[in-house]
Design a protein around this ligand. Structure first.
Ligand SMILES: *Cc1c(COP(=O)(O)O)cnc(C)c1O
Length: 375
């Protein structure tokens, strides 16, 4: 047994010398933030990696999402409902609510835990302005069905692609779907800038708007156009991104080996469901969700969680509770009819997953899980 506790993730970092070399020029320029040279360079490199014309960088994914909801002027025509998924991180729903919009919860699909297009259609009203789906765990949403619904009902589509950096569908990059997509470069994500985020978008006019929204709405020295906030990525974070992007290919290749070992081992256990890559999708192996059906598996998710913790292996109940059951949303949304999301939330664990996780540790984790199964 390894002496170190195993956490659910471990942040990728470049060799220290490489980072030091990357930031050295900042001691000459003294240009530390406000869309400096590193910021500009990272934007170009990410555009090329993601296969899009333009992106805008932000301090973090959450601010990026709030900014793009504002820049798209959602709610301005009086329609204030945004159909979204209950099966996501708090940020997705908080961004909607903090922009004065109302989340409406659709259910998810049992196959990949992304939003169910059939459920979306049922919830559309004259007040619906947008759909905010999440490519949860890096699994792609049903992008074609969602686009069709949006077109029929004149809705914007903003993807929370925080989990899906670098994922492609039949060679087409995830950043090209919808009116906009938000990416998170938080330390725990597949690609990190320590803290950071980005938005990709369809309408080229959004670039200028987003750049102003993230800098107090300032247009130029004498004009302040919007009531914007401050969400500019600084040069040290951009430099971290430039370094990490160089190593991303190897990191994802190492994650793949880890994921495949988990899948092979866990699929042998009755009542355990894992997420293999979807048809046509090149994944990024961001997370390792496993769903435990108690009646078939013989133990509950919480029992597996505790058994792992007893061996100093720290999985996460990600996503539990689901968003409508948060303390801050329960009064208004606790009765949302989302049975698949609620059941998944009750049965899921995300297991430790990072590029440097040793296969011996994966085997040990799978042995502990197998030990919980009914004999
Ligand atoms: C990480 C995450 C966010 C927020 O990103 P930050 O960069 O941490 O602000 C939003 N949505 C989802 C699904 C996430 O996992």
């Amino acid at each position: 047994m390894s002496a170190e506790p195993i956490l659910v993730t471990r942040s990728s970092m470049p060799p220290m010398d490489e980072y030091v070399a990357e930031i050295a020029s900042l001691w000459e320029s003294h240009w530390l933030t406000n869309m400096g040279l590193k910021h500009q360079q990272l934007e170009r490199e990410l555009e090329s990696y993601l296969g899009v014309e333009d992106i805008a960088l932000f301090t973090n994914g959450h601010n990026a999402l709030e900014c793009v909801l504002e820049a798209l002027a959602l709610g301005a025509d009086g329609r204030r409902e945004v159909i979204t998924t209950p099966y996501t991180f708090a940020s997705t729903i908080h961004a909607i609510v903090r922009k004065g919009l109302t989340p409406v919860f659709a259910d998810i699909k049992p196959s990949d835990y992304t939003i169910d297009p059939v459920s979306i259609e049922r919830l559309i009203t004259p007040n619906t302005c947008a759909i905010l789906p999440v490519h949860v765990y890096g699994n792609l949403c049903d992008v074609d069905a969602i686009e069709k619904i949006a077109r029929e009902h004149n809705l914007k589509v903003v993807y929370d692609a925080a989990h899906a950096f670098g994922v492609t569908l039949n060679g087409r990059g995830v950043a090209t779907f919808g009116d906009a997509s938000m990416f998170s470069f938080h330390a725990t994500k597949v690609f990190n800038t320590i803290e950071g985020g980005a938005v990709s978008f369809k309408d080229p006019d959004l670039k200028l708007k987003l750049n102003r929204w993230k800098n107090f709405g300032i247009a130029d020295e004498e004009h302040v156009e919007f009531v914007g906030g401050n969400a500019k990525m600084n040069e040290f974070c951009a430099a971290m991104g430039i370094c990490n992007l160089r190593h991303l290919g190897e990191e994802i290749a190492k994650r793949r080996v880890v994921a495949e070992r988990y899948w092979d081992r866990l699929e042998e256990l009755p009542g355990v469901k894992v997420c293999r890559p979807q048809d046509g999708v090149t994944p990024n192996y961001a997370y390792l969700p496993a769903v435990f059906e108690p009646s078939e598996f013989g133990a509950t998710r919480d029992e597996v969680f505790e058994a792992l913790a007893a061996h100093d292996v720290h999985a996460r109940k990600y996503f539990y509770p689901i968003a409508p059951d948060f303390d801050c949303y329960r009064a208004q949304h606790g009765d949302a009819y989302v049975p698949v999301a609620r059941h998944t939330g009750n049965c899921v664990l995300t297991l430790p997953m990072y590029a440097d996780l040793a296969l011996a540790d994966v085997d040990r984790i799978c042995d502990i899980v197998a030990g919980c199964a009914k004999a």
